[in-house]
Design a protein around this ligand. Structure first.
Ligand SMILES: [Cu+2]
Length: 149
């Protein structure tokens, strides 16, 4: 009987967490956490590349404080306004223009805290993404990520 209750409890917890994560992700189309540490990496976004449809929203959760999201100069499609979020705050952006968006965390760009959003499977601005002057460790990480786009 105890074994049965245990099984029920485990199942209930599993179901609850599935329902919970589903309700969280419906808040935005993709969620990226801003983290001090993930596995062996320090100062990272939980997902370095996110692919979404045009008109979808990315939500960045300030899981750890001291981070933000800043679109890199020359790193997003023409006609899009530069975006820079407040430090240590959750933030989001609705991507209405297709293309590649390169962003980093203002205080940790030299440490390689960088990410990309690909909108509408459109890579028409890849050349400008490649010609960005990436800062410090971001240079190597950006090169690796660009190869995966
Ligand atoms: Cu940061």
């Amino acid at each position: 009987m105890i074994k049965f209750i245990k099984k029920q409890l485990v199942l209930t917890i599993a179901l609850t967490s599935i329902i919970f994560s589903a309700s969280v992700s419906s808040f935005a189309d993709e969620t990226v956490e801003m983290l001090n540490k993930l596995n062996k990496e320090f100062m990272v976004y939980s997902q370095k590349i996110v692919k979404i449809n045009t008109g979808e929203t990315v939500f960045w959760k300030a899981t750890n404080a001291g981070h933000n999201v800043e679109f890199i100069k020359g790193g997003f499609p023409e006609g899009v306004e530069k975006f820079k979020s407040k430090m240590s705050k959750d933030t989001q952006f609705k991507f209405d223009t297709p293309g590649i968006y390169a962003y980093w965390c203002t205080p940790h760009k030299g440490m390689g805290m960088i990410g990309f959003v690909i909108v509408g499977d459109n890579k028409s601005n890849l050349d400008s993404i490649k010609s960005i002057r990436y800062s410090g460790k971001s240079k190597k990480i950006a090169a690796e990520l660009i190869n995966q786009l």
